[in-house]
Design a protein around this ligand. Structure first.
Ligand code: TYD
Length: 203
């Protein structure tokens, strides 16, 4: 089973992924966690280009291709093999982030992103996508507390407003795949809502 976590910056994905992994482990499930972009040597190198070089000039198309290059390697090296071994894969971000950030934020046409995404993943979509939704003001306060902003986080507020809108619109367009959870709730309440979405899918 393949479960992805997406949402704006500072939405608390990482905490929730760890909690869900613990819960699944307690149920005797084998879990593989990964992050997109990252989790492979190539993915980590691309991630460094994408996030740590704040003044690097990069068009939305270049950005799209780099995120998808990292993702192609992640799918091939980590996600597909784990799924083939019957493991549960939890990915910190996936395709939906490209639609929201590069599509709604960066204004790359969505059909083009879907095409590139399909090539990168050879059409692998999550069985369940958790979308953690957070109002911009709360997200910004959290990001500020974490210290300096990376290249994506330092984009304008209007960009991040569109990204949030993108997550909500895309998730609502595919209600059988995506679940939107209010990330301004307590950590415990969010974890409970995520478990409630996952539980019916466990065999
Ligand atoms: P992440 O490591 O999840 O950052 P954070 O913990 O701050 O949420 O994600 C890295 C950044 O890359 C984040 O700002 C979202 C962005 N991103 C895209 O713009 N497009 C994508 O396809 C992906 C996967 C991430």
């Amino acid at each position: 089973m393949f479960i992805t976590f997406d949402g704006g910056d500072g939405c608390g994905k990482t905490t929730q992924i760890l909690r869900l992994a613990d819960w699944l482990n307690q149920k005797g499930k084998e879990v593989v966690m990964c992050r997109d972009p990252g989790s492979t040597p190539l993915g980590d190198a691309i991630r460094n280009i994408l996030l740590n070089q704040r003044d690097l000039k990069m068009s939305s198309i270049s950005e799209t291709l780099l995120f998808n290059a990292a993702r192609a390697q992640l799918v091939k090296e980590i996600i597909r093999p784990a799924l083939e071994q019957g493991k549960i894969v939890l990915s910190d971000r996936y395709l939906l982030s490209t639609l929201a950030y590069q599509g709604y934020g960066g204004e790359v046409p969505l059909p083009l992103l879907q095409q590139v995404g399909a090539i990168a993943t050879s059409n692998l979509l999550p069985d369940l996508g958790i979308v953690l939704d957070l109002p911009l003001e709360i997200a910004q306060t959290r990001a500020g507390k974490r210290g300096s902003l990376d290249r994506m986080e330092s984009k304008a507020a209007e960009y991040h407003r569109r990204v949030r809108q993108g997550f909500l619109e895309c998730a609502r367009a595919e209600p059988d795949r995506y679940v939107v959870i209010d990330a301004s709730d307590s950590i415990e309440a969010i974890a409970t809502a995520i478990r409630a979405a996952v539980e019916p899918m466990l065999v």
